[in-house]
Design a binder for this molecule. Sequence first.
Ligand code: GLN
Length: 518
Amino acid sequence: MSPLTDDLGKTGLTVAGMLAALRAGQTSSVELTRACLERIDQLDAELGAFLTRTPELALSTAQAADKRWAEWRKDRAIPHAPLLGIPLAIKDLLCLKDVRLTCGSRILDDFIAPYTATAVQRLLDAGMVPLGKTNTDEFAMGSTTENSAYQVTRNPWCLERVPGGSSGGSAAAVAGFLAPAAIGTDTGGSVRQPAAFCGVTGLKPTYGRVSRYGLVAFGSSLDSVGMLCRSAEDIALVFPHMAGVDMLDATSQDMPLPEIRLNETRGLKGLRIGVPSEYFIAGMDAEVETTVRAAIAVLQGLGAQVIEISLPHTEYALPVYYLVAPAEASANLARYDGVRYGMRVGGRSPEETLLSMFEKTRGAGFGAEVKRRIMLGTYALSAGYYDAYYGQAQKVRTLIKSDFDQAFTQVDLIAAPVAPNTAFKFGEHRDDPLAMYLEDVFTLPANLAGVPALAFPAGFNRDGMPVGMQLMGPHFREDMLLRAAHAYQQVTDWHTRVPEGIPEGPIPRAGTKQTQAG
Ligand code: GLN
């Protein structure tokens, strides 16, 4: 444990620790919430994890939670909400009623959410306390959070480096002990890659496990709402309350969540873990490879049987994703037209046409990466090219999915690195979109196949940056991922390390990047 742990006070507690302290009457939700809000006040000018803070809402929710805890203390027969009084950060891509929702975009600069997303509402119903909305790449398009139109988010392990993305604000908030739990979203890796870069644990659930209602759509056939915490145990406590079928999302599934038996005593005996050769490739960081292989050896030491497998179509995941996701995004983002949502530019003079108002609004409102995706997607869907690009990509997507189906007849879980590299410095890939897209090679396949995947820290590199690994499982078996990661976290302490780079005083800022207009 780092000496910083002492200074963390109540924010140093995990979700499990907070719940135990609340139950024992050793703390109150107001105390926990204040501790988080104070730490946000202290550190977020440097970290930049939050876009919007909701301190009044947080404190009034925490007060109500404490009232309910007091009632429970008087009569323990009254069941209390399962996560009563636990603070939560929410990625600014999900609606929270009456609170600003930007999606990291200028086009939604002054947009107020008219309702609450189902995933958020379920956690509020379970008793959680909303601290605020976290920074994201614009409309979740990116891998560094640098594409946010508003601010830079820094990696708590090294302030010169990116936190990953697009859920970089959520990952930095959890890693920096600003919140014990945060909602993220994962369309192509946006929960897992920032979790890996920031040394926290992040779950991308099965497609359809969590409702997408109130999540702003990016790639509708890929989008999933996930969870970031500091341990698999904490995710096992929080995630089930967010999951489940929802009348308001026709793609959500009515599948029971198997009981998450974290404390099974037989270790991982009998568990077959596949290691796909395609996930250890030339050009990846050698330290990532050795760290992940060492972690797999730990799982083996816990009784798992490790089997070399092949997912032969892995190399096509990147081109398939970068056709399917932009195609869906180009259709989804058509709604930002200056008429129905957010910002409007022009449209007031008599010479102006509707079309010129659309052009001006979208030209000024969207940043460079979003425009690139809209162009790629529109092109892939255009008449004459549809079959050659989008149609073909869908066929190859089916092959990628059948790789997983095939693998899961042989093994129970698949272990792999989350990303080929650890967190890079600001600006490293900013001017080379292809190099940036290549960073997603190991996370995209799970989204294309719709399978669940869990990222967690497997060690640190020579520079002291976290290295993440992921476990992927069959559809709807999040329970197996969490059990295996928990077993790993029982015998390792990577997930309990505290970043010591968080400074007390002000540090030089990298400068705020503005969305490129026009
Ligand atoms: N980095 C990927 C992209 O830019 C994935 C983003 C995500 O999962 N939201 O599309």
